[in-house]
Design a protein around this ligand. Structure first.
Ligand SMILES: Cc1ncc(COP(=O)(O)O)c(C=O)c1O
Length: 394
């Protein structure tokens, strides 16, 4: 079976992990935490990086550091990983679900604008936008750079500015993805570095992995300081074990950070491998009717975390049948995410946004991703392409 994701660890991994074990520094107090944070901040071009236990806790920490809480609402894309709306709910706020873009599966700024125009009113007293249906204050937008392609951040940031929203980017799947802000690709920013906070996951299938783990990044000194305090139980600055507010233990271990540091040292090579893999898939799958290959907008560098394709009606076989046939042919695949507003967990307390998101609903039925792990060989990519091509001929 060709696995959907087999990680490849960096060459210094064993040396750094052995160092933790040899010295006894296996908790979160070891020196690899700082080294990993500094290396990651340097690699993506931000002032501060704060390690966490996962991408999920990174999202929660960022929202909590921005004081998002009960009565607030956070705009999220309709098709994303469940960790995104969960993180909003952990704060006591509500997710506002908005439909996505058909090409890159990102939060659609046009639909966000519609939501404000039709679904909200400006409350002069509180100087904030209020959701007409729920009465909640819309406080933040949480764009997700899905499958390695950056979101249209200029539009999202402009909307956030004009409506007084914080921006928390979810770059869990987009380490190293680039958004070119200027017309001639002159001004570039990496996914996760453009909002008030950027959040990353280092789960085993991510481009950089620590097994489990995450990071929040920001250029804002005060926000970084607040995130650091909240992730470590919020000890009072002058007096340890004195606590004036509710906080969390989201501390990463030194062993995880050691694995992460070794990975960051090779991030450019990992991204180059992903790009080459995508090019090989692009060549092998070109011209198959009804199989839509992943886009790369002129203003973006897609890092192709997962090679995500859409099986259109013309293909002649549904996405689910294609996946079952590929499985029989020894190729493992995964479906796109189920839309947030269709998740049974929300059935009794529906999210506060759109109740119908036709693009997300359609793509979640038609999208799948092909094997994309860093350990994938060119022979395996050829075998996957051959299998898809044979099925397309049926
Ligand atoms: C887009 C997105 N956000 C958040 C997460 C949560 O990260 P973690 O699994 O590290 O908690 C993931 C995935 O794993 C993800 O893909």
């Amino acid at each position: 079976m060709i696995p959907v994701n087999e990680p490849k660890l960096a060459k210094n991994t064993l040396r750094y992990v052995a160092d933790c074990v040899r010295t006894g520094w296996i908790s979160s107090a070891g020196s690899y935490i700082r080294k990993f944070e500094e290396a990651f901040a340097g690699a993506i071009g931000v002032r501060h990086a704060v390690t966490t236990t996962s991408g999920t806790t990174a999202l929660h920490l960022a929202l909590a550091a921005l004081n998002i809480g009960p009565g607030d609402e956070v705009i999220v894309p309709a098709m994303t990983m469940i960790a995104v709306p969960y993180a909003v709910l952990y704060t006591g706020a509500k997710p506002v679900v908005i439909d996505i873009d058909r090409d890159i599966f990102a939060l659609d700024p046009g639909r966000v604008e519609d939501f404000f125009r039709v679904g909200c009113r400006f409350d002069r007293r509180r100087k904030a936008w209020v959701n007409r249906r729920t009465g909640g204050l819309v406080r933040a937008v949480l764009p997700v750079h899905l499958y390695g392609h950056p979101c249209p951040m200029n539009e999202i940031i402009a909307l956030a500015r004009s409506h007084g929203l914080f921006v928390v980017e979810d770059a869990a799947e987009a380490h190293g993805a680039i958004y070119f802000r200027g017309p001639k690709k002159t001004r570039a920013a990496l996914a996760g570095t453009m909002g008030d906070f950027g959040c990353f996951s280092f789960y085993g299938n991510k481009i950089i992995t620590t097994g489990e783990g995450g990071m929040v990044v920001t250029d804002d000194d005060a926000l970084a300081e607040r995130a650091r305090r909240l992730k470590d139980l919020a000890h009072s600055p002058g007096k340890r074990f004195l606590h004036t507010e509710l906080a969390f233990n989201y501390r990463m271990t030194n062993v995880q950070a050691a694995i992460g540091l070794a990975q960051v040292e090779e991030i450019d090579r990992f991204i180059a491998v992903k790009t080459q893999m995508a090019a090989a898939y692009g060549r092998g799958l070109a011209g198959i009717a009804g199989l839509r290959l992943p886009a790369e907008k002129p203003w973006a560098r897609n890092v192709y975390w997962m090679y995500a394709v859409v099986v259109e009606d013309e293909f002649g076989m549904s996405r689910d049948v294609l996946m079952a046939e590929l499985w029989k042919a020894g190729v493992d695949t995964r479906t796109f995410f189920i839309p947030v507003h269709r998740q049974p967990v929300f059935s009794e307390d529906p999210a506060a946004g759109e109740t119908s998101c036709p693009v997300a609903e359609e793509l979640s039925e038609k999208g799948l991703y092909l094997p994309s792990g860093l350990a994938l060989t060119s022979g395996q990519i050829k075998a996957v392409c051959r299998a898809v091509r044979e099925l397309a001929r049926r």
